[in-house]
Design a binder for this molecule. Structure first.
Ligand code: ADP
Ligand code: ZN
Ligand code: ZN
Length: 808
């Protein structure tokens, strides 16, 4: 009798469970199964076979595997990547598998509760039943039993039992929404010119013959204007065969692109390409540092071509597919649709499922995808390219594991023995640090724009002077003049606004002074704790002081909490420039698939004068006629309560500036700020990122911040603010007294203290990278909380984020 060890999809069970394999099932490692667990059936993955397992010595009987759901979803050495990820990110293997797989594959049937409306008697309900009943009534749709248990852990069991026996409710089993392969009928011609058939039937066979002897059934019915019974009739005569064949749903290729040919490379490009090619067949990380518009993408394209010729595949990771239609189009234009597949979250579940499965046959291809595509099951990988390496969307915030695609890509490059190329105009501190210390990271540079185009000229406007000159507008006189000029010359521009809601710092409008934490070198955050009690707090160490009315540095009364949102900017623009056509480009206007493309195409066709938007404007927009780029306020970027604020601000401002002057004319960039002397502003203005990043790294060395030291962020949240506070503080004390392997900062309330009515606290661990293996796993943290707060630990949600990028 065979036994299989499986990983079950059940919170809290991370060890392997053993099941018997019934004779009629042939199970392989990696198959997705359904297995019984307690009263339920759950999803599971076959991990290995253990035939030596002595079931006779067990006190209970092993249960049988119930069914195989999907088979062969992983290439052979794939588990190593998942194990590395689970370990490093201190997350269970099953949660890691779920993050890697296409969505919903492990979904199981769930019990749902239905209200029996005709049964509403007047029976007096017990307390628990009443609470559950009210809860069910508040929701208009059938709830799962699991959800009720989660939300009402104390009342669910007895309440549901009592409501059921009174006939108020009943349960039913809802099947899972797992993606399934899609099949279609194919009609194949067997005999084209038989005797004794009608002329109508001849026509059908002729249509089929014209189409090469094979068509899908719906196509044939449409083309030959026939019906299913007529086709069945022909099949009975043996003249055609109707078979079912799987049709793959491969998304994102509806839009047509012209094909193109490789360009003659510039000397710098040629050198970069040759260096990359000399590393084929080895695991090495290469940083391609090229200014915006320097031709990095062309280098990727030409590096990939020989990989495909070798019959291998290429993985191309990009920040957000929707934001980079121009990039995916260039790959499709160069290599054709058949060789290029896309994988990202805007595809349907079916499309992701099919795109995943077609990779498993090992056919040579290019897969372009976002963060989660780093888990794509490509075997024979020949190269991995991670474009815009500095972009924070490569980091997963939630759910666990909070992985960084760059880190996972490094492991894949090692396991596949292929190069990993990181491209950026503004490389991250992490990669620059690796270059400066690690012999394995190769550095390549493209220092100039293609065609000797100049970088745009960057002007910095001091908003303190505007205030002194009694200009109260959010637009400086210079930016107003530049917009007017742009409009007069019928050119186009981009206006960048910092995302709202995150600027919680307090600064002086007269002198630019910003309140910082004396211990952590990050800006303090503003909290209105009651009507006339304004506090400033550090979200790393919980240092606090009350806010003074006047600026501590110059005494000015203009000492305020900062922030100006999109709406205000739009209103003011409309007032100053009534004829200016404005188009908004942010997450509200670009929610749907392809909306980015449509908006950009519309803008490019002259549909607006000014594109106004947030962070999204920094990515992959290459519009030649944009000559003006304005930054309404750089201060919101500079004064994040976060040690990476400076680095991020430099990257965003440089990338936004890089949108200007990509065409024939030189671009102009205007940055408004209250602190023009800030090193970030200086570095952006003078295109002096290298020196800036060196001094950043020096400053971080002093405080042992990453990438020199390492960090882990433990995030806790709950609807109960007292509870989450006491658990966070208790946990931080426990972690502090437990060992000297790490420094504990906090517990402190998060910068954004409340989201969706849940109060957020956090604990920051700082440690030497070699101690990562000692950091507790998520399950260990949960266990500790459970043991200390046994009654209400389930009201607090917990996450652990290794190498957090934002500490909000
Ligand atoms: P990056 O990815 O560094 O921003 P791109 O690859 O998008 O730069 O190149 C910028 C522009 O220059 C694109 O329009 C591209 O087609 C063009 N280009 C790139 N390399 C060459 C080349 N060798 N000769 C001519 N044009 C090129
Ligand atoms: Zn001041
Ligand atoms: Zn602090």
């Amino acid at each position: 009798m065979r036994q299989v060890q499986v990983l079950v999809d059940c919170i809290g069970i991370d060890r392997l469970l053993t099941y018997r394999v019934p004779d009629e099932l042939t199970i392989k490692v990696g198959d997705i199964l359904t297995v019984p667990l307690g009263e339920r059936y759950v999803g599971a993955i076959a991990i290995n076979f253990d035939d030596s397992f002595d079931s006779l010595r067990l006190e209970y009987e092993l249960k049988n595997v119930y069914a195989i759901v999907n088979t062969g979803l992983f290439p052979p050495d794939y588990w190593q990547v998942l194990n590395l990820t689970a370990n490093y990110y201190r997350t269970s293997l099953i949660q890691t598998v779920k993050a890697a797989l296409p969505p919903n594959l492990l979904d199981q049937s769930s019990y749902r509760i239905r209200v029996n409306h005709e049964q509403k008697g007047d029976s007096k309900l017990g307390t628990a039943a009443q609470i559950v009943w009210n809860f069910i009534q508040e929701h208009q749709k059938p709830l799962t039993r699991r959800y009720i248990y989660q939300k009402l852990p104390k009342q669910a069991a007895s309440g549901l039992r009592s409501l059921m026996s009174l006939g108020y409710i009943s349960t039913y089993l809802e099947p899972p929404h797992r993606p399934q392969p899609k099949f279609e009928n194919i009609v194949v011609l067997i005999e084209s010119d038989p005797e004794k058939i009608t002329s109508r039937q001849k026509e059908i066979l002729f249509t089929l013959q014209q189409a090469g002897g094979e068509l899908t059934q719906p196509e044939l019915i449409a083309k030959a204007k026939t019906t299913i019974p007529s086709l069945k009739n022909l099949a009975q005569k043996g003249l055609i065969v109707i078979t079912s064949r799987e049709c793959l749903r491969l998304g994102g290729k509806t839009h047509f692109v012209e094909s193109d040919r490789p360009k003659n490379l510039t000397a710098d490009q040629a050198h970069a390409l040759a260096s990359i090619q000399s590393e084929f067949n080895q695991s090495v990380t290469i940083l391609l540092h090229g200014v915006t518009g320097s031709g990095k993408t062309e280098v990727y394209l030409q590096a990939i071509a020989p990989i495909l010729e070798m019959g291998k595949s290429a993985l191309v990771l990009v920040p957000e597919i929707g934001l980079t239609p121009q990039l995916t189009d260039r790959f499709r234009a160069r290599f054709g649709d058949r060789k290029v597949n896309l994988y990202h979250s805007k595809l349907s579940d079916g499309e992701r499922f099919d795109t995943w499965r077609q990779m498993l046959d090992g056919s040579s291809q290019i897969l372009i995808g976002t963060r989660s595509a780093v888990f794509a099951p490509l075997h024979n990988l020949g190269i991995i390219i991670l474009d815009e390496e500095h972009d924070s969307s490569f980091k997963q915030d939630q759910p666990q594991p909070c992985y960084h695609a760059r880190t996972v890509a490094e492991w894949r490059s090692q396991l596949s023995e292929c190069p990993l190329v990181l491209g950026s105009a503004t490389p991250s501190s992490d990669v620059l640090y690796a270059v400066s210390t690690d012999q394995d990271v190769k550095y390549l540079t493209l220092p100039e724009r293609i065609g000797n185009k100049q970088m745009p000229k960057i002007k910095v406007v001091d908003m303190r002077e505007e205030l002194q000159s009694a200009n109260w507008s959010i637009f400086s006189r210079e930016l107003q003049a530049a917009i007017a000029e742009m409009q007069a010359q019928k050119k186009q521009g981009i206006l960048f606004i910092h995302r709202r809601g995150y600027s919680t710092f307090v600064s002086c409008r007269s002198c630019g002074y910003v309140m910082n934490c004396p211990r952590c070198d990050v800006s303090l955050s503003y909290h209105q704790e009651s009507k006339d009690h304004e506090m400033l707090r550090c979200h790393y160490c919980n240092y606090a002081e009350s806010k003074s009315k006047a600026c501590p540095s110059c005494g000015s009364p203009y000492f305020k909490h900062f922030g100006s949102g999109t709406q205000k900017v739009e209103q003011e623009l409309a007032k100053l420039f009534p004829d200016l056509k404005i188009m908004r480009f942010d997450s509200d206007t670009t929610r749907n698939k392809d909306q980015h493309r449509h908006l950009l195409e519309k803008f490019q066709a002259g549909g607006a004068d000014l594109l106004v938007g947030t962070q999204m404007l920094t990515k992959g927009i290459d519009i030649p006629q944009v000559t003006l780029v304005g930054v309404v306020s750089a201060d919101g970027l500079l004064n994040f309560s976060d040690y990476r604020a400076g680095e991020r601000a430099f990257q965003i401002l440089t990338q936004v500036a890089g949108r200007a002057g990509r065409g024939a004319e030189i671009g102009e960039v205007i940055i408004q700020t209250y602190t023009p002397e800030h090193p970030v502003i200086q570095a952006v203005q003078n295109y002096n990122g290298d020196a800036f990043m060196r001094s950043e790294l020096e400053a971080r060395t002093e405080l042992n911040y990453p990438p020199i030291g390492q960090m882990a962020l433990i995030r806790l949240n709950s609807e109960n603010s007292d509870l989450v506070q006491s658990i966070a503080i208790a946990l931080s004390e426990h972690l502090r007294t437990q060992t000297k392997l790490w420094d504990v900062l906090g517990a402190a309330p998060a910068t954004i203290t409340k989201v969706n009515n849940r109060f957020r606290w956090q604990i920051l661990l700082k440690f030497h990278p070699q101690n990562l293996i000692h950091i507790p796993t998520l399950d260990e943290l949960k266990e500790w909380i459970n043991s200390v707060f046994p009654t209400n630990s389930s009201d607090v949600r917990l996450a652990i984020d290794i190498d957090p990028l934002t500490i909000l």
